[in-house]
Design a protein. Sequence first.
Length: 271
Amino acid sequence: MKKLFLTVCFLVMFASVSFAAHPLITDDTGTQGKGKFQLEVNSEFTKEKEQQYNTDEEKWETKKETGGELATALSYGITDNADIVLGLPYQWKKTRIDGVVTTDKTEQGDGISDMSLEVKWRFYEKDGLSLALKPGITLPIGDENKGLGNGRASYSLMFITTKEVEPWAFHLNLGYTHNEYKLQADKEANRKNIWHASLASEVEVVKDLKVVANIGVERNPDKTSNTHPTFILGGLIYSISENLDIDLGVKGGLNKPETDLTFLAGIALRF
């Protein structure tokens, strides 16, 4: 197991090398430090509502979707400027049409989703400016028949920039994800190549309390749409102690493809 772990670390770092400070979507270049751990438990709760036309019954219907995710992420400092991050999400969702729960299993997914393995490598740092790369792979352990995963391994690469100007910090992410799908229906419905761009800022307004903001856009995976999901987010991060943070946030969709409203909450423990 030790040899396998080291081999995976080497391969991922050679391909270019932790999760964003929740509730931000945009990551920063910060790392844990050699031999140190961070455990994050983050949650999100989503709400979506839209009108759709039922061609079989020739009438308009109200479709409401609720769902969420409980994600656990464990980060470990390989060196002072490189972390390895293992993420395991549990997802759930429910769809109602005119108040009646649908029986479509792909719209009622409830269970563990695909696991992620990422490495973040900060390769430049000077005068408050730092740059990092974060390659990752997604391991297909979720049930693709319930919409909980792709059924095949996928990979990604994120370029991260952080600029610190006390008391502010600004973060820029430019990323690419290549998705592979097992089910033919997913292959026909979804784009494989997805780009991402987002910008975040944070400022300490009082001791141990930060206000954060985030905006971003990502290529729509739905082949039938050329409107790309765009979001805006605001939140708070409070440091209970040097090694314990809690956070809250609200994310809103700026166009139709993005989820209407998402509530976020999390906790991070460093040791």
